[in-house]
Design a protein around this ligand. Structure first.
Ligand SMILES: Nc1ncnc2c1ncn2[C@@H]1O[C@H](COP(=O)(O)OP(=O)(O)O)[C@@H](O)[C@H]1O
Ligand SMILES: [Mg+2]
Length: 325
């Protein structure tokens, strides 16, 4: 059962330098209770895609030009388009039905409000809890995400927490209102390696306990391999490959994915846990895309690739790619 269906999402930024074609037609779905990993180079549109869904982009310069994002509720019986919600509906969905874990907890949290109150206010707003109940529940949540001495920590400010503990606080806020979906945008990138592993474990545990659908953006293919059910590979504002995780590792189809996995001849060598860097630079997003955007770096490119835009097509069950090959 899909819980989210994104169709042909197009987002641009109208800047002094010109129009930035950040998302050029992003389509994917998310099933109830699954973990969808999203990988791709910096600047490929991963964050803009997620922020478009939740109306978190500064508008202007951002503009969502096209698309639908259907969020299904009550076992698929009702759906709302996240992109056309009223303000009141948006408040209900954001934070209430869809939680967001940002890469940088320090800038996402309010520096002048205790963490307890930040959790509690969300509970009062979305679940209608009284102040006392909200406090009680906030302490429980802090305990639940592994913060020792939660009763006392409730009264601390974000700067009094370590990076890992702050990320736990943000996770507590993301899950506070019993969401259906949690979006984790590079949740461990800013943390030390040992702490990273703990946060990955925590999110994985909560996902199972709360039966969350999770969209997990990361640079770390090792993490994706370990936790994701499916993977979406972004390139220059497009999904270029979507597949079950094992298929992606065993049979990557798009040359960009092969490059990331170090399976492209001449690039990277043997498969590694981390993303390989691929020779060349991503395309200039100020130019309107007219043909495959990977041609400049693709060792297999032929004439058609320079003249036409491939569609994202299903080449095997649940395996999609956007490539003429
Ligand atoms: N406020 C903005 N103004 C102009 N361009 C932006 C803005 N925010 C993001 N972009 C552009 O959108 C593209 C996608 O960015 P982003 O989604 O943040 O990439 P990432 O995949 O690293 O998360 C980038 O090229 C970025 O320059
Ligand atoms: Mg990002």
């Amino acid at each position: 059962m899909p819980i989210l269906e994104v169709k042909n999402l197009v987002t641009r930024f109208y800047t002094i330098e010109g129009v930035v074609h950040a998302l050029n037609g992003v389509s994917f779905d998310l099933e109830e209770g699954e973990i969808l990993g999203i990988v791709g180079e910096s600047g490929s549109g991963k964050s803009v895609a997620m922020m478009s869904l939740l109306n978190l982009l500064p508008m202007p310069p951002a503009r969502i030009e096209r698309g639908k994002a259907l969020f299904y509720e009550n076992g698929g019986q009702d759906s709302v388009d996240l992109l056309t919600l009223t303000k009141a509906e948006r408040r209900r969905v954001r934070g209430g039905k869809i939680g967001y874990i940002f890469q940088d907890a320090l800038s996402a949290l309010n520096p002048v409000m205790t963490v307890g109150r930040q959790i509690g206010e969300s509970l009062m707003e979305h679940l209608g809890l009284s102040g006392e109940d909200a406090k009680h529940r906030a302490v429980e949540l802090l305990e639940h995400v592994g913060i020792p001495g939660a009763e006392k920590r409730y009264y601390n400010y974000p700067h009094q927490f370590s990076g890992g503990m702050r990320q736990r606080v943000m996770i507590a806020i993301a899950i506070a209102c019993d969401p259906k979906i949690v979006i984790a945008d590079e949740p461990t990138t800013a943390l030390d390696v040992t702490v990273q592993a703990q946060i990955v474990e925590l999110i994985k545990r909560l996902q199972e306990e709360l039966r969350l659908a999770v969209i997990w953006i990361t640079h770390d293919l090792g993490v994706v391999a370990g936790i994701a059910d499916r993977v979406l590979v972004m390139y220059a504002g497009y999904p270029v490959e979507i597949s079950l995780v094992d298929d992606l590792y065993n049979n990557p189809v798009h040359p960009y994915t092969k490059g990331l996995l170090g399976a492209l001849p001449g690039i990277g060598g043997k498969r590694a846990g981390r993303l390989e860097s691929i020779e060349g630079a991503p395309p200039d997003l100020l130019a309107k895309p007219k043909h495959c955007q990977f041609v400049w770096r693709c060792p297999y490119a032929f004439d058609r690739c320079r003249n036409e835009m491939p569609e994202l097509v299903e080449i095997a069950p649940k395996h999609y790619t956007k490539c003429f090959l």
